[in-house]
Design a binder for this molecule. Structure first.
Ligand SMILES: Nc1ncnc2c1ncn2[C@@H]1O[C@H](COP(=O)(O)OP(=O)(O)OP(=O)(O)O)[C@@H](O)[C@H]1O
Ligand SMILES: NC(=O)c1ccc[n+]([C@@H]2O[C@H](COP(=O)(O)O)[C@@H](O)[C@H]2O)c1
Length: 172
């Protein structure tokens, strides 16, 4: 039995993430999705809470042939202990997945196997593109699983990101 760990901010979970999970499903029996920057929400870069992101992921992956767990991971001031922090919050895992250079470096230094994946349709399948379309009234729904569009509707996510984008000094 192999268990993987896939970390991301998932703001929101989009079709690129969904494709990556489907590809990872060929490698592992179980997958932990680490919800990074779990302590962040209500900004343009991080509009959704950890709980909202758990709903998006759980509902999107309901038909995937994989046991999945979503685990919130808060950010830390010290990169040097971040991998230990991840391990303290997550079920044990055999291999980690990320395309983020800092994450790759930190897992390598901790002697944990890390695998990268190809980027799927990255011109549009990017969190910042989805968020910009939400702010400016573009078609963001086609970039995310249907379940994510439903959760965003349920929580008033578009109204929220538009509101914080008017007042957010951390705007993208
Ligand atoms: N289109 C994609 N195809 C494959 N992997 C992706 C894609 N988009 C993001 N990823 C990977 O998924 C992980 C989590 O990504 P993240 O949540 O930061 O999404 P993002 O699209 O890069 O968002 P943002 O623009 O908010 O940084 C990262 O390792 C990232 O490289
Ligand atoms: N010191 C830290 O807290 C630390 C270090 C490396 C990555 N992370 C987090 O891991 C996640 C990586 O996800 P992305 O690939 O989506 O950026 C982010 O939430 C990032 O903040 C945190």
């Amino acid at each position: 039995m192999t268990r993987g760990f896939y970390i991301g901010r998932f703001q929101p979970f989009h079709n690129g993430h969904q494709n990556m999970v489907e590809q990872i499903a060929d490698d592992v029996d179980e997958l932990v999705l680490g919800i990074g920057s779990a302590d962040n929400s209500h900004t343009v870069r991080n509009p959704f809470t950890a709980g909202e992101r758990i709903m998006m992921i759980t509902k999107s992956l309901v038909d995937t042939d994989l046991v999945t767990y979503a685990v919130p991971i808060e950010d830390l001031e010290r990169n040097s202990v971040w991998v230990s922090h991840v391990q303290s919050m997550s079920p044990d895992f055999d291999v980690a997945y990320s395309n983020n250079p800092l994450v790759i470096q930190l897992f390598r230094e901790a002697n944990i196997e890390i695998r990268q994946s190809p980027m799927f349709n990255r011109e549009v399948l990017e969190g910042s593109e989805v968020r910009q379309r939400m702010i400016h009234g573009g078609d963001w729904e086609s970039l995310v699983p249907e379940a994510v569009a439903e959760v965003v509707g349920e929580i008033g996510g578009v109204e929220r990101i538009q509101m914080v984008s008017d007042s957010d000094s951390n705007s993208e």
